[in-house]
Design a protein. Structure first.
Length: 543
């Protein structure tokens, strides 16, 4: 199967979820179902196919299939987690729309067209701000994301389009080639919020919906980085030897992001900023991929991008569930979180292993290869240590979790957890959709008293008209009784869902962390997919 079914499913489900926003229950169902169908549609993509549309070609690769499948699966998991904690109804629609355009970017051989599609994928993330009524927070989130996407996209497009669709012939060493090369790297750094381009990302982490952070800061920028890396590889085969000065600047940018990113995470006191700056810090390895001469960094760079995005999704989900479980986002108030939430403790250990890796794993090898191919001794050891410095803030979080729980930690004295009442209950939203108010301002026939509905008075009728009217009244009565029973069933299921959502959400975090661990180990086919040639190398179009 080609990429086209995935594109149609993702965009169609995103449109359906947005068009039904006034009915939250239906919009939620459309969004989650769309993500599930998109996941299977991504798995059905067959690498090596190409489809000619007008003057362009859409080519499918194994990397595209794996990227879309992992992103759709992770998006489905974190959307359910968001539904169980602090729901934002546009998250599934934003994920679907962004993945549709990201998949298109990965399928286009032409670098200019691919960059345009990657920019569109970033703009799709702004859908998370379109929640009625539009408030100052939503406008602020949308404006920050739009500025970052617009500036980064403009830099990359000008760098490629200004030089005739490429970055110039290898080895020219001209100032135009060097500036274009640096512009592409700066665009990627800006999209990830890498230090020193981190100000917007930090504010975005504070104001954007937590469930949308993996999309806004990890998956959408990751697709943009893959497209930009393909453009650099296709134009220069990697930076040429005559660009030594520019390569040095790129290495400095990546090393600064790795080292100071750890410091930025360490000084944070809330979970959302920890997630945002942690994503920015580990994106420094993506920047180092642009500094490696030749195509040697192609496979480790694309392997790291997949593992990185999946692990950071697990980290964001962990922070979201931890905050909802214990009712606070402040790290100092989370003493003993691992003792109270052992499932989250196991998930945290898995996602840390997935991020850092271990000797012989895909994540570990990719990180070392990116450093080794872009930096020479004696700076190589320093950059490796800068990359491992993230263990410091992970150790801090683990130490806080292993301490004796304090009085400020949410939860019962017996060790159970509670959910803060200040969070909106999604089940209430679903029930409210069934008993929505009509224009008159009155609840739509909500059952009262003992729940029995009085049978409407039957007007006196005669003949065929009377029989038809009687049957109509009977049908209406049956419908009302069915709706009353359905309402009582939802009312019974609601407390059960609310009572178990802590465990359900924690298990989903464990699933995400486990998937990231498997990806870091190379058991999901990450190295094989990452080593494939870009779409331009795919064979001729099939009939």
């Amino acid at each position: 199967m080609s990429f086209l079914p995935f594109f149609v499913v993702a965009l169609g489900a995103a449109a359906g979820a947005l068009l039904t926003r006034r009915k939250p229950g239906l919009s939620l169902a459309v969004g989650l179902a769309g993500l599930a169908v998109a996941f299977f549609a991504a798995l059905a993509i067959q690498p090596g196919q190409s489809l000619v549309i007008g003057d362009g070609t859409l080519a499918t690769t194994g990397y595209q299939r794996l990227f879309l499948a992992l992103a759709a699966g992770a998006g489905l998991a974190i959307s359910i987690i968001g539904f169980a904690t602090s729901w934002q109804r546009n998250v599934p629609a934003a994920i679907l729309a962004s993945l549709a355009w990201t998949g298109l970017a990965l399928a286009l051989p032409d670098p200019l067209a691919a960059l345009v599609a990657a920019v569109a994928a970033g703009l799709a993330g702004i859908l998370v701000t379109l929640v009625a009524p539009i408030d100052e927070r939503g406008v602020e989130v949308g404006a920050r994301e739009m500025r970052a996407v617009a500036v980064a996209g403009t830099l990359a497009l000008v760098a490629v389009a200004g030089l005739g669709g490429g970055l110039g012939p290898p080895g020219t060493g001209s100032a135009a080639v060097g500036l274009a090369y640096l512009a592409v790297v700066v665009a990627v750094a800006l999209r990830f919020g890498l230090i020193p381009f981190h100000a917007w990302a930090g504010r975005l982490s504070q104001s954007a919906p937590e469930a949308a952070l993996p999309l806004l800061l990890a998956w959408a920028p990751a697709g943009f980085a893959v497209v930009a890396l393909t453009a650099v590889r296709g134009s220069l085969g990697g930076p040429a030897g005559s660009l030594d000065l520019e390569r040095g600047l790129v290495v400095a940018l990546g090393a600064i992001g790795l080292l100071f990113g750890t410091f930025a995470v360490w000084i944070q006191d809330d979970l959302e900023h920890v997630v945002g700056y942690s994503i920015a810090q580990d994106a420094g390895f993506v920047i180092l991929a642009f500094a490696a001469p030749g195509p040697e960094a192609w496979e480790p760079a694309r392997s790291w991008i997949l593992v990185f995005a999946l692990a950071k999704t697990a980290l964001a989900a962990w922070a979201l569930v931890l905050r909802a479980t214990h009712g606070t986002r402040r790290i100092d108030h989370l003493r003993g979180w691992a003792r109270r939430s052992p499932i989250l403790g196991v998930a945290f250990a898995l996602l840390v292993l997935a991020t850092i890796g271990w000797p012989g794993s895909t994540a570990w090898t990719a990180r070392l290869d990116l450093v080794g191919r872009s930096v020479t001794d004696p700076l190589r050891t320093l950059v490796v240590l800068a990359g491992l410095s993230s263990l410091l803030y992970y150790a801090r979080l683990a130490a806080v979790g292993l301490r004796r729980p304090g009085d400020e930690l949410g939860g019962s004295p017996g060790g159970g957890v509670r959910w803060p009442r200040s969070l909106r209950r999604p089940a209430d939203t679903a029930v409210g959709a069934a008993t929505a108010e009509r224009p008159g301002g009155r609840a739509d026939d909500a059952p009262e008293g003992d729940g029995k509905l009085a049978e409407p008075a039957r007007p006196a009728r005669s003949g065929r008209t009377g029989d038809r009217g009687g049957r109509t009244v009977q049908l209406l009565t049956v419908a009302r009784l069915a709706r009353a029973h359905a309402g009582r069933l939802i009312g019974q299921l609601g407390p059960a869902w609310l009572g178990h959502r802590s465990v359900i959400a924690s298990l989903l975090v464990l699933v995400l962390a486990g998937a990231a661990f498997l990806g870091a180990a190379g058991w999901l086919g990450v190295p094989e997919a990452a080593g494939e040639a870009p779409p331009a190398a795919v064979g001729p179009a099939s009939p």
